[in-house]
Design a protein around this ligand. Structure first.
Ligand code: DGY
Length: 324
């Protein structure tokens, strides 16, 4: 039975699956009904009365919001990444912060690999070519691209998602390099990965795939100098966070012909403005931050966010908690 004064929760968007129905059994949720995120002043006003927030990566939870949210006990993000939340400020106020690791690993790796394949083998360009009525005959020089099998893949960040991408790449006969803060000897043995330094990875990889969280250390990890040091013709796949790459330097590297192209599920900013030069480059494959977007995974992420929130409201540490 519901508590006579159920805790007030604000949820910043409708969520897929059964999660919100379960939330409503235990709490008094207000769910933002619009497809676009609540504006910051609305979020701040809602947070003023709330004991819990369920947020998405589009919602900024910063010191200003926390300062006007005296009852807040938990912020539960429906994402594994939590760069939208000032975790330090939450911790200082004893506010738990939850995230959703694990459930999206394989789905995200599937999509990273789809982007890799689609970019290398020019799938979107081929589709556009056929639809535009340009296909007149079989042409031995039409829409050529690099082979994926036998190519060298450089994995940046060998966490769960990086390792899941490595497993897929191994099945495609790729040579695997990685950079990671710590060595992963068990994965090296399982998947034939070689740990190298950043310069070696950039110089030798035919495809670089990013799998690091966005932190002050990883912002512009791939800057102008790093892009210039990549192998000529190399491809970039980003399913991590847009600001890990210096985007204007990336545009220059592709425009100059130094890089062969990029497949970006994430950009800086999101959404990408319609005048972004990326939209004009044919060797750029773009997606609207959907790497985890399978029916099952998005339902599980929502459910996990509710579990994290309810645990914190009961005074327990959320099962997936990012506070130290
Ligand atoms: C995350 O979870 O951080 C992704 O970017 C969205 O699924």
């Amino acid at each position: 039975m519901k508590h006579p004064n159920p805790p007030r929760i604000f949820v910043t968007r409708q969520l897929p699956g059964e999660a919100l129905a379960r939330l409503a059994v235990h709490t008094s949720p207000r769910v933002w009904p619009e497809p676009l995120p609540p504006p910051p002043d609305v979020l701040q006003a809602e947070a003023r009365e709330a004991e819990g927030l369920i947020t998405l990566l589009t919602d900024r939870v910063d010191e200003a919001l926390l300062a006007s949210a005296p009852h807040l006990r938990v912020v539960s993000n429906v994402a594994v990444g939590h760069d939208n939340i000032d975790v330090g400020a939450c911790t200082a106020r004893r506010i738990a912060v939850g995230n959703t690791p694990g459930v999206l690993t394989e789905t995200t790796a599937d999509f990273a690999f789809a982007l890799l394949m689609g970019l290398a083998r020019r799938v979107a360009e081929a589709d556009a070519y056929v639809r535009a009525g340009q296909w007149r005959t079989w042409d031995p020089g039409l829409l050529l691209g690099p082979d994926v099998h036998g190519a060298t893949l450089g994995i940046v960040g060998l966490g769960a998602i990086g390792a899941a991408v490595a497993r897929r790449a191994r099945g495609f006969g790729m040579r695997l390099l990685y950079v990671n803060r710590r060595a992963r000897p068990e994965l090296e043995a399982e998947l034939g990965l070689t740990r190298v330094d950043k310069a070696t990875l950039l110089a030798q990889s035919d495809v670089v795939s990013l799998h690091v969280p966005l932190t002050p250390d990883t912002r512009h990890w791939l800057g102008r100098a790093e892009l210039a040091s990549m192998k000529p013709g190399a491809l970039l796949v980003n399913t991590a966070r847009g600001p890990v790459v210096d985007q204007s330097a990336l545009v220059d590297a592709i425009q100059s012909g130094h890089l062969g192209g990029a497949a970006l599920d994430v950009t800086d900013p999101e959404p990408l403005p319609l005048d972004s030069p990326l939209l004009k480059l044919p060797r750029v494959l773009l997606a609207p931050h959907i790497a985890s977007a399978s029916h099952a995974t998005r339902g599980r992420m929502a459910s996990m966010a509710v579990d994290n929130l309810l645990a914190a409201l009961e005074g327990r540490r959320p099962p997936n908690c990012v506070n130290p």
